[in-house]
Design a protein around this ligand. Structure first.
Ligand SMILES: Cc1ncc(COP(=O)(O)O)c(C=O)c1O
Length: 488
C-alpha cells in the first residue's frame, strides 16, 4: 500500500501553472515557447510541448538541488516502487547505471557482473576504474540467447572473491527472463555488500503479481529502470531507485549531479512524473491487458509453422526463474530465416518495426500501448511470411559453445586509456585486447578490454565466420584486425 497520494503529478502541475500564468520568458531555451523556432519543426510537434520546454527556476525546481516539485516527484516515485529515494535520470538507464556503479566501487575495487551486461555497465566500470569479475549467464542454445545467472553462480563467484564490493545483476533480461533475484539478494547481503540491479526492462515489475518480482521487492539496494522503455514516459527518462541501508543516498545525489546535464528536459521529467502516476494508480489493470494481449500473440505465433515463441515452457531451465510475458521473442530459425531477415521483411513489407533482432529471433516488445488490432496485424504478417518461406530454406542450426572467459591482466579503464595498436587477428594471440569481441548468438563478449586473447578465442571467431554467424565489437567491421594494448 502506498503512503502518499499517487494521483499527484507535481512536476507536470508546476509546468501547467507556468503555462496558465502566461509567463513572459526571459530565460532559456531561446525558442521561447516556440516563438523563435522554425515552423518546419514547430508545425509538426505543436506549441504545447514547446510551452513546457523550460529551464531551472523556482516554480519548476532544480534536478540538481531539488526542494520543490521535483523533490516531491522523487518521493512519490520512491513510494510507488518501495525504495527510500528515486532519482530522475534524463540520460536514460545508461546514466543511472553509471551512477549506480560509481556509488558502490572505486578504482581498483572489484565488482561482480554477468558477462552479458549492457555497454552502460562497461562504461560505468571504465569511469570508476573498478575491476570487473565476470559471471557466465546460462545460455539457451535452442533460442541462442543468454538468460540470467543462477544463485549458485553468484555464491561461487562471491566465495572466490570475498573482497568484492558489489554485485550487479540484470532483472529481467531484454528477452524478459528473470533470475531468482530474492535468493541472489540474500546471498549478496550475507557478504554485507550491496546488490545493484540493471532493471532497464523492469519498470513495470511490482505492480501486478503475474510479472517477475521487482528488484526493490527482492530487497536489492539500487536499481536503474528504463521507465521510457516499458511504461508511459518519454525516451531518455528513467528512475534510479535507492535503498539507504547500504548506500549513502546523499552521495548518489552528488554522483547524479556529476553525470547529468544542468539543463534537464522538463518535458521528459514531466512525462516521467505522469508515467509513475499512471503505473501506480492504473498499472494493474493496464498491465493485465498488456499481458493478455501478449499471451494471445504467443499462443497464435506458436501455431504458425516454422515459428516458436517461448513462454512458461522454459520456466525452470537454467537461469530462467520467472518470465515477463509481455516480451514476445519470436524464434524464426525454423523458417530458415535469420532474425535480422525477418526484422527487415516485417519492416519493409508490412511496416511493422520490432525492437531488435538477432541471429535466431526477433523481439517484439509488448506494453499497454498495444491494441488488439496491432497484435492482430503482427500475427497476420507472420502467417503470410511463414506461408512464403516455410520449408523453402534449410533450418538454421544450434548455437556453438562459447570459449571460457579469458584471463584479465588490465582493468577495462587501463586498457581503454592504454597505448594501443591494430594487429591481424592471428597476431593478437597472447596480447591484451583493447576492444570487445562479441559473439552472436548469444551476444556475449568472448573477450573484453584488458583480457588476454587466446588461441581458443581466435579459432572460435574463425568458426563463427565460416558458419556465417556474427562477430562484432572491433573498430574493424570485418573483424580482420583487433586493437591490442602495447605493453612496454
Ligand atoms: C539490459 C539493458 N540495460 C541498460 C540499457 C540502457 O538503457 P537506456 O537505453 O535507457 O539508457 C539497455 C538498453 O537497451 C538494456 O537493454
Amino acid at each position: 500500500m502506498y503512503k502518499m497520494d499517487q494521483s499527484q503529478t507535481p512536476i507536470f502541475d508546476s509546468l501547467m501553472e507556468y503555462v496558465n500564468r502566461d509567463t513572459i520568458p526571459f530565460h532559456v531555451p531561446g525558442h521561447k515557447k516556440g516563438v523563435g523556432m522554425d515552423s518546419k519543426f514547430k508545425d509538426f510537434v505543436g506549441t504545447n510541448v514547446l510551452s513546457i520546454d523550460v529551464t531551472v527556476f523556482k516554480l519548476v525546481d532544480s534536478l540538481h538541488h531539488p526542494t520543490g516539485p521535483i523533490k516531491k516527484a522523487m518521493e512519490l516515485a520512491a513510494d510507488a516502487y518501495g525504495s527510500d529515494m528515486a532519482f530522475i535520470s534524463v540520460n536514460g538507464t545508461s546514466g543511472a547505471i553509471q551512477a549506480m556503479i560509481l556509488a558502490v566501487v572505486k578504482a581498483g575495487e572489484k565488482i561482480i557482473v554477468p558477462r552479458n551486461v549492457h555497454k552502460s555497465v562497461t562504461s560505468g566500470i571504465i569511469l570508476s576504474g573498478a575491476t570487473p569479475v565476470f559471471m557466465q549467464p546460462e545460455i539457451d542454445k535452442n533460442v541462442g540467447i543468454a538468460h540470467g545467472v543462477t544463485p549458485e553462480t553468484v555464491e561461487k563467484t562471491l566465495k572466490e572473491n570475498p573482497d568484492a564490493k558489489a554485485v550487479l545483476i540484470i532483472n529481467p533480461t531484454y528477452y524478459g527472463v528473470a533470475a531468482d533475484i530474492k535468493k541472489i539478494a540474500e546471498i549478496v547481503h550475507s557478504y554485507n555488500i550491496p546488490l545493484i540491479v540493471d532493471e532497464a526492462h523492469g519498470p513495470h515489475l511490482g505492480f501486478i503479481d503475474e510479472l517477475p518480482m521487482s528488484a526493490m521487492q527482492a530487497g536489492a539496494d539500487m536499481c536503474a529502470q528504463s521507465t521510457h522503455k516499458i511504461i508511459g514516459s518519454m525516451t531518455q527518462s528513467s528512475f534510479l531507485q535507492v535503498r539507504g541501508e547500504r548506500i549513502d543516498i546523499n552521495r548518489v545525489q552528488q554522483i547524479m549531479n556529476l553525470l547529468q546535464t544542468t539543463s534537464p528536459s522538463y518535458v521528459l521529467m514531466a512525462s516521467l512524473d505522469v508515467a509513475r502516476m499512471q503505473v501506480a494508480t492504473k498499472g494493474k489493470e493496464l498491465l493485465n491487458y498488456a499481458i493478455s494481449l501478449a499471451n494471445y500473440a504467443r499462443e497464435e505465433i506458436n501455431k504458425i509453422p516454422g515459428l516458436y515463441c517461448f513462454g512458461k515452457d522454459i520456466l525452470g531451465n537454467p537461469g530462467v526463474y520467472a518470465l515477463d510475458p509481455t516480451k514476445i521473442t519470436i524464434t524464426c530459425k525454423g523458417l530458415g530465416l535469420t532474425g535480422y531477415e525477418l526484422d527487415q521483411i516485417l519492416a519493409n513489407d508490412y511496416h511493422i518495426q520490432v525492437e531488435m533482432s538477432d541471429l535466431y529471433n526477433v523481439l517484439a516488445v509488448g506494453s499497454f500501448g498495444d491494441t488488439k488490432e496491432s497484435i492482430g496485424k503482427l500475427i497476420e504478417a507472420l502467417k503470410e511470411i511463414s506461408k512464403k518461406y516455410y520449408g523453402t530454406k534449410p533450418v538454421i542450426g544450434e548455437a556453438i559453445d562459447i570459449p571460457s572467459i579469458p584471463k584479465r591482466v588490465l582493468t577495462p579503464r587501463e586498457a581503454f586509456y592504454g597505448k594501443t595498436k591494430c594487429v591481424k587477428l592471428d597476431d593478437s594471440i597472447g596480447k591484451v585486447s583493447a576492444e570487445f569481441l562479441l559473439a552472436y548468438p548469444p551476444g556475449i563478449p568472448i573477450v573484453c578490454p584488458g583480457e588476454i586473447i587466446t588461441h581458443e578465442i581466435i579459432d572460435y571467431v574463425k568458426v563463427l565466420k565460416e558458419a556465417n554467424l556474427y562477430v562484432q565489437g572491433t573498430e574493424d567491421p570485418e573483424v580482420e584486425t583487433i586493437k591490442v594494448v602495447e605493453i612496454d
